[in-house]
Design a protein around this ligand. Structure first.
Ligand code: SF4
Length: 269
């Protein structure tokens, strides 16, 4: 089975809008506890302010990606029963959702790694871990609730790190100094040569990356909220997700990896 890793909110019972907590901040207008439905969630499991999330103080919702975990948990793991119809299963459903979300996120990266030619010497190992991850995500609710997902994540992470090294070594000039987990909040990096940079988990919040060369840079887990990407070149940047891009600002001149779309708010001005 090939897992669908794109969120299909129409097949989900609004799990992210109920299961997850959030705190009043620049990302969310109000506090909400885990397991409590968001006040904007309608009876049909649609968001009542979907078209105006940013203007209504909920930009955090526009950058959240369940990687298709919502529809799997709703339609497969719990067989189409929603948490209103089956309140007895609600607690378990909300506990299982973040576990499956993590597994789907790992599947996303593993699939991307399998498309990276410089990492082909690792493809057999990547396929094995992808299949194992698929099997775990297909588990029964009680199996998923017990799963040591952090351990599995660590295993996948090790392989993704090796993948990254192989890919970045192919960048012109070879691998750059690691900026893994670096505090680059508000950093002035416009026009910088960051080809092949390791930006894994870097804090690039509001960083000025206008016109930067970010080809073959590893973006896994990087925080790009309000980063300025106008005119930047992200061709062949990898482990970069649509939600990371949605959190940043760019323009028509920003060059993107083929699999990602230009966020609408980059041009809606
Ligand atoms: S604002 Fe809308 S998308 Fe965000 S949590 Fe509430 S119902 Fe869900």
């Amino acid at each position: 089975m090939v897992t669908d890793l794109k969120a299909d909110c129409g097949s989900c019972f609004g799990l992210c809008c109920v299961a997850l907590p959030f705190s009043a901040s620049a990302d969310f207008a109000v506090d909400k506890d885990a397991g409590v439905p968001c006040r904007n969630l309608q009876d049909d499991f649609r968001c009542g302010i979907h078209a105006r999330l940013r203007q209504s103080g909920f930009p955090g919702c526009t950058v959240y990606d369940c990687f298709g975990a919502g529809q799997r948990v709703s339609q497969i793991t719990f067989g189409g029963r929603d948490w209103r119809q089956a309140p007895d299963a609600a607690e378990r459903m909300f506990a299982v959702f973040p576990v499956v979300r993590q597994l789907h996120e790992l599947l996303w990266y593993l699939n991307e790694a399998l498309a990276l030619r410089p990492a082909r010497s690792l493809h057999a190992e990547l396929r094995r871990l992808r299949d194992e991850t698929e099997g775990l995500a297909a588990g029964r609710p009680e199996e998923l609730a017990e799963l040591a997902v952090a351990e599995h994540r660590q295993q996948v992470n090790g392989l993704l790190l090796r993948t990254s090294e192989l890919v970045r070594a192919q960048a012109p000039g070879g691998r750059k100094k690691s900026r893994r987990g670096a505090d680059l909040i508000g950093a002035r990096l416009s026009g910088a040569d960051l080809r092949g940079a390791e930006l894994r988990g870097a804090y690039l919040i509001a960083a000025d990356l206008r016109g930067a060369d970010l080809r073959q840079a590893d973006f896994i887990g990087a925080d790009l909220r309000d980063a300025q990407l106008a005119g930047a070149d992200l061709t062949d940047a990898f482990f970069l997700t649509q939600m990371q891009l949605n959190a940043a600002h760019g323009d028509d001149a920003t060059r993107l990896p083929a699999a990602l779309a230009r966020p609408a708010h980059w041009t809606d001005r």
